[in-house]
Design a protein around this ligand. Structure first.
Ligand code: ADP
Ligand code: MG
Length: 404
């Protein structure tokens, strides 16, 4: 049983997470560590709320119990407790952290490279089609953990070849083979990220990976930066459940207003808050109801926080098995189709943001989505492409209307 995890942040030792006999988890910052916090919910002055450290760690693991169970079986971890799983898989997680059960400094990447053959990558994809919770393979050395409930794995691209990631070799890409029930999900997620960029949002490069007869969505990690030696550095980020010190299992009950309040508190220029509203608007405009608090992140840079680029922007409207209720109500609206300008104004007023700016930003996002309604979704099956087009046009027409 592990009760201690040594934490490295962007390459420097930052301290240790410890669990006491009563199950209380704490992050003890090292005196010599830089001033950068591990989380907005874990400030350096020790004012963290009682459960923030435990929740922060838990939020680094897959959402589904079945995926955690598979993680335990593959690694031989003592249990599915957060500490035991992260001791085995905390080498490559979201953001700039590396978590290790011992105090040893991670080896240099050149000493820890493990080549990922095309056949092995294709096999990973086909295994995830068979069982969406089997994120790792017993026979492969991949050591990563990511949140979310969709099937996925991580890869490191170095000099044009693929490698498995670990504490020394940071992954550069995330691969998500679509769940069988989500017809066209790979193309839809690529189209959404591309469209987001076209309407002026920050979004990572995404495409469909085709390897040895298998296909999957693949996206560049924005929490990584190239280094002159050909490897990548980790950049720190956390999702909004972590930033607010909340439990991932409550991701659907975290509202837009507390998120905006936290963003404004840490970025008084309101830049991060307005970027969040623009992502919120984009998700609503493309019919993505699943944009909960773990689908928004902040990058923690030495100069302050910024909202991360957009990710996980799947238009859930395409698949009836999804709950189409918005993960975060907007000005009281529960469904994307209900939204008018008045809802956005209400959200702006309730969260203290400049109402005219919010209205203008939201209108620009909806207009951008509607202008590209004919072309943006052309890689989808024709029935899905026409549904996306109709949705964009209807919703934008509604947003343009003001109440009398
Ligand atoms: N492009 C990216 N760069 C860095 N981190 C990412 C990126 N896309 C996703 N993530 C991280 O991986 C997690 C899981 O990805 P996500 O696409 O949200 O999967 P799911 O569909 O299972 O929710 C996210 O919560 C986020 O922390
Ligand atoms: Mg997600």
């Amino acid at each position: 049983m592990t009760d201690r995890l040594h934490a490295w942040l962007e390459g420097g030792y930052v301290g240790e997470f410890v669990e006491d006999a009563g199950g209380r988890v704490q992050l003890r910052y090292d005196d010599a560590a830089s001033d950068a916090p591990v989380s907005l919910s874990l400030p350096r002055d020790g004012s963290a709320s009682a459960r923030a450290a435990e929740r922060f760690l838990d939020n680094l693991l897959p959402d589904r119990r079945e995926a955690r169970d598979w993680m335990r079986r593959v690694t031989g971890a003592a249990s599915t407790r957060t500490f035991d799983l992260l001791a085995a898989m905390g080498g490559d997680v979201a953001g700039g952290l590396v978590l290790l059960p011992t105090s040893e400094r991670p080896k240099s990447p050149a000493e820890a490279l493990l080549f990922a053959e095309d056949d092995a990558i294709a096999y990973r994809i086909s295994s995830l089609h068979q069982d969406p919770d089997q994120w790792w393979e017993r026979s492969e050395p991949a050591r990563f953990s990511l949140a979310g409930s969709q099937p996925k794995f991580a890869l490191a691209s170095i000099d044009g070849s693929w490698f498995w990631s670990n504490e020394s070799v940071a992954s550069t890409h995330i691969v998500k083979p679509a769940h069988r029930e989500n017809r066209g999900a790979e193309a839809a997620e690529v189209a959404a990220e591309t469209l987001a960029r076209q309407v002026g949002l920050d979004a990572p490069a995404a495409s469909v990976l085709e390897v040895a007869g298998e296909r999957a969505y693949i996206v560049e990690r924005f929490d990584r930066a190239p280094r002159p030696n050909g490897f990548v550095a980790r950049l720190h980020m956390e999702d909004l459940a972590q930033a607010l010190g909340l439990e991932g299992k409550n991701k659907y009950s975290i509202g837009a207003k507390p998120i905006i309040t936290t963003l404004r508190q840490h970025d008084p220029s309101d830049g991060a808050a307005h970027d969040f509203v623009r992502q919120l608007a984009f998700n609503a405009a493309i019919g993505n109801a699943d944009a909960h608090a773990k689908n928004y992140s902040v990058l923690l840079r030495p100069t302050g926080i910024t909202l991360s680029p957009l990710y996980d922007a799947l238009p859930t409207r395409l698949w009836p098995q999804y709950d189409q209720q918005l993960a975060m109500r907007i000005g009281g609206a529960q469904y994307p189709q209900e939204l008018t300008h008045d809802h956005w104004s209400k959200l702006a007023r309730a969260s203290g943001l400049d109402e005219e700016r919010v209205r203008g930003d939201v209108q620009a996002v909806y207009d951008g989505v509607a202008e590209r309604a004919e072309t943006a979704w052309s890689a989808l099956d024709p029935d899905q492409a026409s549904r996306m087009r109709d949705l964009a046009l209807e919703q934008t027409a509604k947003i343009a209307r003001r109440s009398p």
